[in-house]
Design a protein. Structure first.
Length: 324
């Protein structure tokens, strides 16, 4: 029997590289790896027209579609992107003195329902008791007057004060002008470093993130991997084959990263990074599968419910198809 042709769209991350080069093959699958380093493009193409057979996909968008029963994909517990988000919370300190002051403020965000924003609001709510119920949200690109991609996303289940940025200025410019009090999301406003009033809520974010993980075991999952439901129903064996290949590829790259004879990446202090990974994560900072990621996944679905995006948090085990 010939291999099943599969178009896979993903950023060319280190953990995916062996699949791109062919070093790791997917059993029974003829994988065509389509590189797209702007994840918003992948999400928009996949959500609007199922443009790929398999792709990385927004974790929050997938859960929203899953709980609404409007999901043409199934997911496997492979996590293409993870990012601590403490360093992506910027305030204008003329208007906001501390995290607690964010309650009731006007806050810029690329997309209210994006996974980064979900985790940031959850972090601030859990760690500082911030009540976002009376905030006004302004959506747009951080450093241009454009929108953040062309998302095809479901409406939130709770009515929220969310509007598009139609000012003709970027969110960064609005923050400088005091028309926004804060920005959260996935980028650094251009005003940061130039305007001394634009500062991070967590200046020493590295220390804060390490402490946060040690206490909560949460390492925010931005993107998971989805398969078109129709393809999965025709070829259910693909889910397990993909999962095994993704694990093998990640393990291969982690082994290369850990070779200390040379620096695999342009990180002058990578040896210290590896020491920190061992101390904080016990060796593997990027596990796949549900169980080692349960605290993070349970936080995600809880935050989605608390923030009015979905009606009720699903059980995390229900989100993924079998990969055995």
């Amino acid at each position: 029997m010939s291999d099943v042709p599969v178009r896979f769209a993903c950023g060319l991350y280190d953990r995916m590289l062996p699949l791109y080069t062919g070093e790791v093959a997917v059993e029974g699958v003829d994988l065509k790896f389509e590189v797209e380093d702007n994840p918003r493009v992948i999400f928009d193409n996949m959500a609007a027209r199922q443009a790929y057979d398999v792709s990385e996909f927004s974790s929050s968008e997938f859960v929203s579609r899953f709980t609404a029963g409007q999901c043409p994909f199934v997911a496997i517990p492979v996590f293409a992107s993870r990012v601590f988000r403490h360093s992506f919370i910027f305030i204008n300190r003329r208007h906001v003195k501390s995290a607690k002051d964010l309650a009731g403020k006007r806050i810029g965000v690329p997309v209210y329902t994006m996974t980064a924003a979900i985790f940031i609001r959850g972090l601030l709510s859990d760690e500082h008791g911030v009540d976002f119920s009376n905030c006004e949200w302004v959506e747009g690109d951080i450093n241009s007057a454009k929108s953040h991609g062309n998302p095809t996303i479901l409406p939130t289940v709770r009515k929220l004060a969310v509007r598009a940025n139609d000012s003709g200025r970027s969110l960064s410019q609005l923050l400088e002008a005091g028309e926004l009090h804060a920005i959260i999301g996935t980028g650094i406003p251009e005003a940061f470093g130039r305007n001394p009033d634009i500062v991070r809520v967590y200046p020493d974010y590295r220390t804060a993130e390490m402490s946060y993980y040690r206490r909560t075991r949460i390492f925010p999952i931005m993107h998971l991997v989805v398969i078109r439901r129709e393809l999965h129903e025709r070829h259910p064996q693909i889910a397990g084959a993909l999962y095994r290949a993704f694990v093998k590829a990640k393990d291969a790259e982690q082994a290369k990263m850990r070779y200390r004879g040379t620096l695999r990446y342009m990180l002058p202090w990578m040896h210290a990074e590896l020491d920190d990974i061992d101390a904080v994560f016990g060796g593997d900072p990027w596990p796949y599968g549900v169980e080692p990621n349960r605290p993070t996944l349970e936080a995600l679905v809880r935050y989605l419910e608390e923030q009015g995006v979905i009606t009720k948090a699903p059980r995390v085990d229900e989100l993924f198809v079998s990969v055995d």
